[in-house]
Write a protein that binds this ligand. Structure first.
Ligand code: URA
Length: 435
């Protein structure tokens, strides 16, 4: 069948054969399938859904579009974590160094911003000099010598995901269980890992706000990971409000550095998700006999500064510039939002905050948009905190004064609406664990 016939067939909701899926993925990387055709496939896949068989085949075909990082013979268990995407979700930046400090190897191939959510790669690339584009040979060297790398998928690793991911980001075709499963697991299979902890978000800032839909995704990921010989555990966590205090690439890197340096300064919800996910990785890697023991080990490595040292070492090895031993401060225009009245700080809806930051230049609106890494906000007043009139609620920043003022204005009206909603108590951040 020609690609045109295949697409027509998909538009009508028919299941594709394994050969059709493989030749479609092959056509993506050899450019025989155009971006328009790939976009048509994505839209049809979102409308009709993919069957479990299509999902499993698509995952394998996308993983086989590149090569796998050779992790044989490494002295440590190779375990990774991935999230379904969130707002202010900088867990990976804290988690990878902490997991290494605990005794694991972490080969992490991550994504860029997708839809309204931020991506680990965009955050890392906001560090001047940081190189996320590594050859497979360099990935292996870093794993052998330092037990960690954090990189983007490349022409060598899951290139088909690179193509589909960028198109999904700008065509409104992110929220589909099959596409998300194939995107995540094609990258994870390419890493050569033996175990994966999935952080599946629910709440209004997540791709699947409803927990039941999140659980459907969890089942899909566990099934396909199992076929690929990867052990998995799922942490279900809340994404109704931004995770941590900062939203925006550069501000999130700064928050991560500060949090790793000073355990007590870390936002308690960010800390809870990080500790939970690293502990699941440690348990999965067989480094402890119980989850309680694993949690104790993670907290010890955080408190004794070894996670922080691993973080700085990883940045330097991948070319990131440290100034006086810290991530360098990006210059930007900034302003503060103060409270016009005395009140209790409400919970801010994650998705609305993310969209405001994206529109201020912090995310891509069309394929190839250059991101303003300085665009973002830091929420100074925690939800539920009583604030006086004139007290600072948030710091806002962006590359130009106009964008900074526009972002501040958008955030002020989000705060006003949140005040009217009157929710001051965020839900528990850890909802469930399935191991
Ligand atoms: N992370 C990914 O890598 N892909 C998705 O589709 C969603 C989150």
């Amino acid at each position: 069948m020609t690609i045109k016939e295949l697409l027509r067939n998909k538009r009508l909701g028919h299941e594709w054969s394994e050969d059709s899926i493989r030749s479609f993925v092959d056509g993506l990387t050899t450019k025989k399938v155009s971006s328009a055709q790939a976009g048509a496939f994505l839209m049809a896949a979102c409308i009709h859904g993919l069957t479990p068989r299509e999902t499993a085949t698509l995952t394998q075909a996308m993983a086989s579009s590149g090569i796998t990082v050779p992790t044989n013979g490494l002295e440590r268990p190779c375990i990774d974590k991935h999230s379904t995407g969130g707002v202010g979700d900088k867990v990976s930046l804290l988690l990878a160094p902490l997991a290494v400090a605990c005794g694991l190897a972490v080969p992490m191939i991550s994504g860029r911003g997708l839809g309204h959510t931020g991506g680990t790669i965009d955050k890392l690339e906001s560090i001047p000099g940081f190189n996320t584009s590594l050859s497979v040979q360099r990935m292996r060297e870093l794993l052998e010598q330092h037990h960690v790398f954090m990189a983007a998928q490349t022409d060598e690793c899951a290139p088909a995901d690179g193509i589909l991911y960028a198109l999904r980001d700008v065509t409104g075709t992110v929220e589909d269980v099959g596409l998300i499963t194939a995107s995540i697991l094609s990258k994870k299979i390419s890493e050569g890992i033996s175990g994966l902890v999935m952080d599946i978000k629910s709440g209004e800032g997540a791709f699947f706000p409803n927990l039941d839909d999140g659980r459907t995704l969890g089942t899909s990921i566990r099934t396909v990971a199992g076929h690929a010989g990867i052990q998995s555990a799922i942490v279900y966590s809340d994404m109704s409000i931004p995770l941590g205090r900062a939203v925006g690439n550069w501000l999130e890197v700064v928050e991560s550095e500060q949090a790793l340096r000073e355990f007590a300064s870390c936002d308690h919800r960010l800390r809870a998700v990080t500790i939970h996910c690293v502990a699941e990785m440690v348990l999965m890697g067989g480094l402890t006999n119980s989850i309680e023991e694993a949690r104790t080990r993670v907290v010890d490595k955080w408190l004794d500064g070894s996670g922080y040292r691993e973080f700085l070492g990883m940045i330097e090895r991948q070319g990131g510039v440290l100034v006086d031993g810290h991530v360098r401060q990006e210059s930007a225009c900034s302003q503060s939002i103060t409270s016009p009245v005395s009140m209790v700080m409400p919970c801010l809806p994650a998705r609305e905050v993310a969209i405001a930051v994206m529109e201020a230049g912090g995310g891509r609106l069309v394929d190839g948009d250059v991101i303003d890494n300085t665009a973002g906000c830091v929420i100074v007043a925690d939800p539920g905190m009583p604030v006086e009139s004139g007290q600072v609620l948030m710091h806002v920043s962006a590359a130009t004064t106009e964008r900074c003022s526009a972002l501040a204005e958008a955030l002020e009206s989000i705060i006003e609406r949140a005040k009217a909603r009157g929710i001051h108590e965020p839900p528990d951040v850890i909802i469930d664990v399935d191991r």
